[in-house]
Design a protein around this ligand. Structure first.
Ligand SMILES: Cc1cc2nc3c(=O)[nH]c(=O)nc-3n(C[C@H](O)[C@H](O)[C@H](O)COP(=O)(O)OP(=O)(O)OC[C@H]3O[C@@H](n4cnc5c(N)ncnc54)[C@H](O)[C@@H]3O)c2cc1C
Length: 390
């Protein structure tokens, strides 16, 4: 028997890999729900994800899984306020109006824009280069950098681009270039649920307290039982995994706060992700999720999801929203939650081992690959393969 601790994407993927090999596996998740950071709940009939995130079906690890869940696409790009007007920026292959609506300089002469796009995807990246240095070195600077590129990517990485590894940033941009991300009915949890439904054995609502060596294997103690295991995979998030090891590398995390408001009437460019200008307040992004996935709302009202990076109060968020949209957002605050360890930071030049093995215990998670669903799935698969083969 192989025990997997943690039912986020890492643990789900590790368990599936082991099950597919024909070996016995038991997944134990501390929460009553599976999914970890890819989970959702219902509040007042609204679908509320655990922080705004999108799923990119173009991720290689998702493609390996042949996911059947349908994702409602989010238009390939984002809207930003430039010179007092909302403008849409995006992938011109998919969103032709990008050329028309973007900066007048791009509209009149799109060729430099395309060569920049090519540079983003293919130009050389120097060792240890940050996403900020790389983008500015290849010529993405000035208005387009300040108004759209940096705020959009800060919304993705939840941290300033000077602190993000350029190669990782490129992998994310390439995945967005390959395929448009989206969201499923039922919230991001639908993805975790699809993986969960493929598994035969899973225990939710049961925290693992201790793992000790026992003969050639391990003894895994939960709240209600003790299980013997040949191998154990710790697929818990970084701060929980620290409980099982004194030797994990030190990894800092980006934090964010997720705010959800009802919307009484549609916003301008209501289907787009809206990015806030740099230094204009605590908000990084806002989006009406019900405009993208109508089933997120029980009654046709909009569902405004707002992400802030620093802790702040509701009045600061409402006042910035009023500035962004030129009118007060009068809807109710449905819920707000702080996500302290949202994303492990992959600093410029940092490298990750994928999994870590210590005294026969296998550690896996996005903090050992890269901070994304793809990173979590990859680490989970590698951990599963290692447990099967050793
Ligand atoms: C706000 C936000 C936005 C994001 N946006 C994106 C995005 O747009 N695109 C993208 O690709 N990625 C995004 N991500 C990142 C992605 O969600 C994560 O990288 C991924 O979900 C991590 O999965 P995991 O399984 O490694 O960890 P987790 O999801 O944290 O799972 C760990 C699990 O272990 C369980 N656990 C912990 N300790 C124990 C224990 N002792 N016993 C039993 N169970 C335990 C926890 O309850 C949890 O369920 C975002 C994340 C956040 C928070």
């Amino acid at each position: 028997m192989i025990v997997v601790i943690g039912g986020g994407l890492t643990g789900l993927r590790a368990s599936l890999t082991i099950q597919e090999s024909g070996q016995q596996v038991q997944l134990i998740e501390g929460n009553s729900n599976i999914g970890g950071r890819v989970s959702s709940q219902e509040i007042d009939g609204f679908t509320i994800d655990r922080g705004f995130q999108v799923i990119n079906p173009g991720y290689r690890e998702l493609q390996r899984l042949h996911i059947r869940t349908h994702f409602h696409p989010i238009p390939a790009g984002a809207a930003a306020m430039v010179g007092g007007q909302w403008r849409f920026f995006g992938d011109p292959r998919r969103e032709i109006r990008t050329i028309v609506e973007a900066l007048p300089s791009i509209a009149s002469n799109p060729l430099p824009f395309f060569s920049l796009l090519r540079a983003v995807l293919f130009a050389r990246i120097d060792e240890g280069e940050s996403a900020a240095t790389f983008l500015q070195r290849i010529g993405i600077n000035g208005e387009i950098y300040d108004a759209i590129v940096e705020p959009f990517l800060r919304g993705v990485f939840l941290i300033e681009l000077t602190q993000v590894d350029a190669r990782f940033a490129r992998r994310v941009l390439r995945s967005l270039y390959r395929q448009v991300p989206g969201l499923p009915d039922g919230g991001v949890q639908a993805l975790s649920q699809e993986l969960r439904n493929r598994l035969k054995s899973i225990h939710c609502g049961e925290l693992v307290h201790e793992v000790t060596r026992s003969g050639k294997g391990f003894s895994v103690r939960t709240e209600s039982s003790t299980i013997s295991a040949r191998k154990v995979i710790v697929a818990a998030d970084y701060s929980s995994a620290l409980k099982f090891s004194d030797h994990l590398p030190s990894i800092h995390h980006a934090r964010s706060t997720a705010w959800y408001f009802t919307l009484e009437h549609p916003l301008h460019m209501q289907h787009q992700l809206h990015v806030a200008s740099l230094n204009s307040g605590p908000i990084v992004t806002a989006i009406d999720l019900a405009a993208v996935v109508p089933s997120y709302s029980p009654d046709g009202r909009g569902l405004l999801s707002v992400t802030t990076l620093d802790t702040c109060d509701e009045s600061a968020v409402r006042s910035q929203l009023a500035e962004m949209y030129g009118e007060a957002i009068t809807g109710d605050l449905i819920t707000v939650f702080d996500i302290d360890n949202a994303l492990p930071i992959l600093a410029p030049g940092a490298s990750r081992s994928g999994i870590l093995e210590e005294d026969g215990l296998i550690f896996a998670g996005d903090y050992l690959t890269e901070p994304s669903q793809n990173g979590a799935l990859l680490s989970g698969r590698l951990a599963g393969e290692s447990a099967i083969n050793n």
